[in-house]
Design a binder for this molecule. Sequence first.
Ligand code: SF4
Length: 337
Amino acid sequence: MIPRSHSSLQATWQQQLKQSAISASELVERLQLPVEMIGQLEKASSGFPLRVPDNFLQRIQPGNLSDPLLKQVLPDLAELEHFPGFSNDPLDEQHQSTPSGLLHKYPSRVLLVVTGACPVHCRYCFRRHFPYQQQQMGKQGIEKCLKYIEQHPEINEVILSGGDPLSAPDRLLSDISSRLDQIPHLKRLRIHSRFPVMIPDRINDSLLQWIGHSRLKPVMVLHINHANEINQDLTDACERLKRAGVLLLNQTVLLKGVNDSSEQLCQLSETLFNVSVQPYYLHLLDKVAGAGHFEVSQTNAINLMHQLLEKLPGFLVPKLVREVAGVTSKLPIDLNL
Ligand code: SF4
């Protein structure tokens, strides 16, 4: 059953964003966690601040430190430990952007970093050390990026990324979208966002207006790691996007203590199917410093994939992939290793 959340119908998405929990004491109070945790949460979040919107908090069982949704957003002292092989920029992205705000990692696709802001701070985020402030695009920055795209006919798809691109106002996104519309070699506009999960009211009329009127085929890649994230508000947001002609895909990060069992992954795929979202990628964790405690080994991931293949129809089995610095596409993991 899909649990119903109780997000305020009056508050706009911007107001909901402002009402997010951003301090250890707020999080402890709202989730009825032990007050003694406040000190350690503050220490653990010193390098990457805490941020969780209310709608997501409502899906977490109060007082349950093992809740798989809580684990994704709860600062942990393990973030301060050093894990061999983990670094601040595991995908070497800080040396790839040309011009500022644009990542041209794949020949036919570019990533446009519209904003560094996110509605949530996922503790395992591979961009937790990314210098977003240097990647913020002003008007001139956008012009430079659009010019670059115009001059590269091999690009057929633009991926709006961030941070979370839907943190940007619709006025800006609509302008970018209509400028991209006019570049003849482009075919698709892809948006990577956790907003439909975190603040489903972000999928409002003004967003649907520019997305639905683009000449480019719109694709939205959601980021959902556990079936408990899929509540009625998210279901309704997916329905609105679908009605606007948006193809909905999902990517999941395989995370220890969150979704590293075949039962949880099967339930996630089944629930995604119920809301018309196609399971797309299951990512091995990017080895970013501060996230080592979330790592699931490749061997265990392959075992899980074999179980998924037995339990699910093929179209509900996501592809197991990892990203490697300097490699121009995601690497599918060979399940026969
Ligand atoms: S929403 Fe995405 S970019 Fe933002 S913190 Fe989470 S994983 Fe990172």
